[in-house]
Structures are given as C-alpha cells and as structure tokens.
Design a protein around this ligand. Structure first.
Ligand code: 6R9
Length: 653
C-alpha cells in the first residue's frame, strides 16, 4: 500500500482547541493509569442529585461479569440536558428546526424546550406511563421527537426509538420484544417532498402479535393527512398537551437505571435491544461531544443523523444538549430541493460543526462541486464522519470542497453498543490520514487480536480483530431481556475482552484503520443489517427454498446487498418474481434493506456439514472470480461453476 497523505494540524486552530498533542497524551495516560480518578473528575460535568462514591465497578470475566459506573449516584438526564441551562441560557436557541420544505422552520429556545418537555412528560404520566415503562417512539425528524425522548428521560420511562424508515413488521417486532405499552408517532412524515405513512404503518404493526401489547398512542399532527383512528386508544398530541400543567417534577434516577433501548442488527437472529443506562452514558456522551468536536459555547452544531440511529441519540440529542449547545435538526434529505440543500442550511444557521456519514458525502460528490461552490460555508470549523470507513476520495472531496481545506475531519469510530465515540482524531492534536480513525479517546484501550484471542503486540503495526480491553462509562449494559445473549455476542469469542465485530489495522505510528465487519453484518449507507435478517425475509416467499445474502462494494452505499436465491424446482425465475422478492424485503424490514442484486442460484456452495461458504459468495458478488480460493471442501464444487456463469447475467440485469 502506498503511504497515505498526511494532513498536518491547521495553524488557525493552534492554541484555540481544548487539547494539544502533549495535553492529549497526558490526559490519555492518566485515564488509563488511573481510570477511577479520571472518570470521577469528568463526571463533574453533570449535575448529580446524590453524588456517587463509587466510580468504576466492572469485570469482563464470565464468572463475575458486571458493568457498573457511578452506581450509587443519582441524576436525571433531562435535567442535565435542559433544566440546568435555564439559569444562563434560557433564551438561547436550543433547536433550529429546518423542515423538508425550505420555507418551514421553527426556533426553540431552552426555555421553550423545557416547557414542552415538561408538558409532554405530564401527558405521559396522565396516561399512566411511569419509571421503567418502555415507550416506543416512531417519529420523523421533528422537534416533538426530541421532546418525547427527553420527556421519557424526565419521568424515567425507557425510550425505544424505531427509525421512521423501518417497516410495520420491524416496528411490530420491536414493540413486542420490549413489551412496550405506549407509543408516540405522527400522522405522516415528510422527506424529499414525499409523505411517509407512519400512523398507517403503526396500524399495520398492530395487526399481529403487538396488538395486545400496545395500549395507547399519541399522534403528532405533521401533515393533516387522512389516517386510521381508534377512539380511546389514539390521542392527538396537541389536544393532550392542552390538558396538562407546565410544571413536571423530575424522577430521581440511579446512574445504572436504564435510559433507553435501541435495536441494532447482529450476525444472528433478530435485532438486539441494546440497553444503555443513565449516568455513564451521559458522562460519556457529553465528554466526547465536547472534546471530539472541540465544542465551545457559541458553536452552532449540526449532526445530520436520524434520531432512529445511535448517532442521532448521542450526537444529535444527549451529548450536545448536555453541553448546552444550539443544534440544527433537519427533517429532509440532502438532495431536496437540490443537492446544495445541506450547504444552504449550513449558511442559513451559520453552522460551525458539521457531522455526517460517508455515504452522504459520496452521494453528493456524484452531483458535482457546483452545488457546493455556490454556497459560502465560511462558518464551518470542524467536520465529522461516522458510520462506515470513509474512502480517501470521499474524505478529500469533503475536506477540499466542503471545508475549503480549512476544517479538520474527525473520522469517528464507534457503535450502537459503545454509546459514544471510541476512536477518533481530536482537533489540534492529531495530524490526519484520510481513511483512518486515528487514536483512542480517553479511557479507551483498544487492541488487535488474532483468531485465538492473542493480543498482537501492542504499539506496533498489526492487523486483526478489534477488541477493547477494559470498560468505559458509555458501554451498553445488556441486551434487553437477554443477558446471556449479551455475554455470548461480545465477550465469548475472546474471553475477558469486548469484541466489536470489526477488523482493523494499526500502522507504525499507532493510527487505527477500521477495515470493516468480520461477521455476517453488512453496512449499507452506514446502516447495519444482518445478512440473516434479509435472508429470513426472502425465505418467507413460498417460491423460495433458501437464500444467502452478502455485501458487495457499492460506489455510493459503501456496501450493497447481493442475494443468491434458490427457487423450488418447478418455479421459473422471472422479472416479476424478482420484484416480488424486493417488495417482500422492503415490507418486512424497510427500504434500507432493498437487495441491489438478486442472482438465481440452482444451489448454494455448502460444506459437507451443510454450512454455506459465504467467502465464495462474497467473491462472486464482488466479481473477483479469479480468486475464489479453495473450493475443494465443498459438498458439490460444481455449484460454483453455475454461480459464476449466472453472475454475469445478474450484473448486467
Ligand atoms: C455509530 C454507528 C457500527 C458499525 C461499526 C463499524 C461501522 C462506524 C465507523 C465505522 C469505520 C468509522 N463504523 N463508524 N467503520 N470507520 N468511522 O455507526 O453505530 O450503526 O451500530 O454501526 O459501523 O463496522 O461496527 P452502528
């Protein structure tokens, strides 16, 4: 591999950022040598009701497995994100909301946000929602989404946000899994000028096993479109908000009380309910938001992630609001009305910190630089990237065109499970290498291990499975309702360590380069999908015998979805069947899971013990037909000839 280009620290940032290289090193060493002292000090950034006396109490060992941070402290996350700012920042804008239509916007101050949250928290209580209850939130990117999330936090209810792009069936599974009696949705969402039938999806979700679980819902009127309605079960947001008082007392929460559940895909079975708790998560969210983005009062901060993903939780809501920031919340898409929309929003609100995903950058790159160049973007200071490895071409385009060569890019590596960023550059500290997430943050101890779980020598060049050797406060605590699955998924392949499921390389300076998932998870436009989920959707079609799904390199999405499908003998493949299968997957999971390619397969390559050899399928999907590797262990090696032949037709289809 050729040496990557190095981007030194910008002169204009020197002396102005929280950290210098020397200070980072000192802090990092302290955090590793004495985590107790480091995390005790850092927790003071929050307001606690009862101060904690214990800081870290964690063990990754099977016999005595536990993860607890600040366990005897109490606090309220909503208080920390809103109430405590009222004294000095009541009139400061908390949210600049920009609608899908450029003419729609709302400005909400901290004082107003506090009132709305308090009222909605009272609405929840009026409907019998209390501490520990699970509330499903299925909302588009409107202020009510943040209001609902923080209202749950205020009364100690556990929110489970379901991405508004997920289908009725995905929603049903998530309501069922966490036994959620209460839901908040909108009549319809609006994105790119199109309406999304949210309430209708909810109705459909309630046709099946979730029907007897969900008792009530609140509906925000966003478009006023026609929707199904059931008296006594469905309530309008605006009507309920008129019935309640403005004051809402806070629930005192233990640091280890659950804050939220967020479902994410793994390599096996149904999505897992990742559970985060209150104290450690919020300390970690606030710290990483402040340091990674060098956040200072006065910054206008915009993270484009949807609230349905973890980035939307930690870096659109909890982190920035805990730090008293002014945030931008955008309802729409980057290409509507045209491909300069993001940069127009940057200019309109004078955004200084901008955080997005590589797939967005690649899709805008395709539209050309004119759309960028016709805007100023002079306000920008720091750029961020998250969700998947950023390829150097996209990095350079982002850096040169969006940031005009003035703004460092923080390539941030983390996961739903980690709660916050673990590996990232820091402004003013790290020279940048396009495509590398660079160095670990404070308290984070990454290592690379071989397949036996042996650590590949520290601090030298290496490649292997990315693990973390010790706990950090933002770490997930369990899979909701399934502690065994939690331990099995993350702490069993390599005992005594947290296994991320990612592979990585470390260069001789110690920079980490994430190479992607090493399990059966694919990353489509920065969103995680388990191949097993897509397969089980395809297999549900009566004409399908079995299927195997793999990722393949995709110019815009990073990875595309390639499905090999075997039909019953008497069923001929057809264009209409291909469409039916695509529709089926969209209906069962959502549009993000749409297969890009479906290849008809007379058989799948299996070992004699019946295991599908995905390695071979990945090669075929990627069109690397010359390097299929050893196929002699297959039960029927001839299957491969057939697949290779058919691949040609699939790609040209
Ligand atoms: C935050 C988020 C996590 C997976 C993760 C990895 C990939 C995220 C990345 C990255 C390379 C980065 N990933 N950030 N890969 N460089 N900067 O995306 O959470 O949806 O749970 O996905 O995304 O593969 O394991 P989540």
């Amino acid at each position: 591999m050729s040496e990557p280009k190095l981007y030194p620290i910008h002169n204009h940032l020197k002396g102005k950022t929280f950290f210098t290289a020397e200070k980072y090193q000192r802090f990092y060493n302290e955090s590793i040598e004495n985590p107790e002292a480091f995390w005790a000090k850092e927790a003071c950034r929050l307001d606690w009701m009862q101060p904690f006396t214990k800081v870290k109490n964690t063990s990754y060992h099977k016999e005595d497995f536990h993860i607890r941070w600040y366990e005897d402290g109490t606090l309220n996350a909503c208080y920390n994100c809103v109430d405590r700012h009222l004294k000095d920042k009541g009139d400061q804008v908390a949210i600049f909301w920009e609608g899908d239509n450029p003419e729609d916007s709302r400005t909400i101050t901290y004082k107003e946000l506090h009132q709305e949250i308090s009222k909605f928290a009272n609405v929840l209580r009026m409907h019998d929602v209390h501490k520990g209850d699970r509330v499903t939130i299925y909302l588009p990117m409107i202020p009510e989404a943040i209001i609902a999330i923080l209202a749950c936090a205020r009364i100690g209810a556990i929110h489970s946000v379901v991405f508004a792009g997920f289908s009725a069936e995905s929603l049903e599974g998530r309501i069922f899994d966490c036994d959620s009696h209460f839901l908040v949705t909108a009549d319809e969402g609006v994105r790119g000028g199109k309406k999304i039938p949210l309430k209708k999806n909810v109705e459909e979700a309630l046709q099946g096993k979730a029907a007897h679980i969900l008792k009530k819902m609140i509906v925000v009127k966003r478009t006023g479109g026609d929707i199904p309605w059931q008296e006594k079960r469905d309530f309008w947001y605006h009507e309920e908000m008129d019935k309640v008082a403005i004051d809402c007392p806070l629930e005192e929460m233990g640091a280890e009380d659950p804050l939220f559940i967020l479902y994410t895909s793994g390599s096996t079975g149904k999505p897992k309910g990742v559970l985060h708790t209150t104290g450690g998560y919020l300390v970690y969210a606030a710290l990483t938001h402040q340091y990674v983005f060098d956040y200072h009062p006065g910054d206008i901060y915009w993270c484009t992630a949807d609230i349905g993903w973890v980035t939307g939780h930690t870096y659109s809501i909890y982190g920035p609001l805990a730090n008293g920031a002014t945030i931008v919340l955008f309802e729409g898409v980057p290409q509507y009305p045209d491909a300069s929309r993001f940069w127009k929003i940057v200019d309109k609100y004078k955004v200084t910190i901008f955080y997005t995903a590589p797939t967005v950058i690649r899709s805008l790159m395709r539209e050309g630089t004119d759309f960028v160049q016709k805007t100023s973007r002079a306000s920008l200071r720091i750029l961020g990237s998250v969700g998947e490895p950023i390829n150097p071409e996209a990095w350079e385009w982002y850096y040169d065109n969006v940031g005009n060569g003035r703004c460092p890019i923080m390539d941030t590596w983390w996961q739903t499970e980690t709660g916050g960023i673990l590996i990232s550059a820091l402004p003013g500290v790290t020279p940048l290498k396009p495509g590398s997430a660079t160095f670990p943050l404070f308290g984070v101890k990454p290592a690379l291990v071989n397949h036996k779980g042996q650590i590949i020598e520290n601090n030298s060049e290496a490649e292997g499975n990315l693990v973390l050797l010790d706990s950090w406060p933002g770490q997930m605590r369990t899979v909701y309702g399934d502690q065994e699955r939690f331990i099995k998924t993350y702490f069993t392949d390599f005992p005594g360590m947290y296994f991320s499921g990612d592979g990585a390389r470390r260069d001789k300076e110690g920079n980490y380069w994430i190479t992607g998932r090493v399990d059966d998870v694919i990353n489509v436009s920065g969103h995680r999908l388990g191949t097993a989920e897509v397969e089980s959707a395809l297999d549900a079609h009566p004409k399908v015998v079995e299927s195997a799904v793999v990722g393949f390199p995709h110019d815009i999405k990073g990875q595309g979805i390639y499905a090999f499908v075997t039909l019953h003998k008497k069923e001929p493949p057809s264009e209409s069947l291909r469409k039916e299968l695509i529709d089926l997957v969209r209906r069962k999971i959502g549009a993000i899971a749409t297969p890009d390619r479906i290849q008809w397969a007379s058989g799948l390559p299996k070992t004699r013990s019946g295991k599908i050899m995905r390695r071979i399928l990945r090669k075929i999907a990627a069109n690397e037909l010359e390097t299929l590797g050893d196929i002699s262990t297959l039960a029927d090696p001839l299957v491969v000839d057939d697949l290779v032949k058919n691949h040609k037709y699939t790609v040209s289809a």
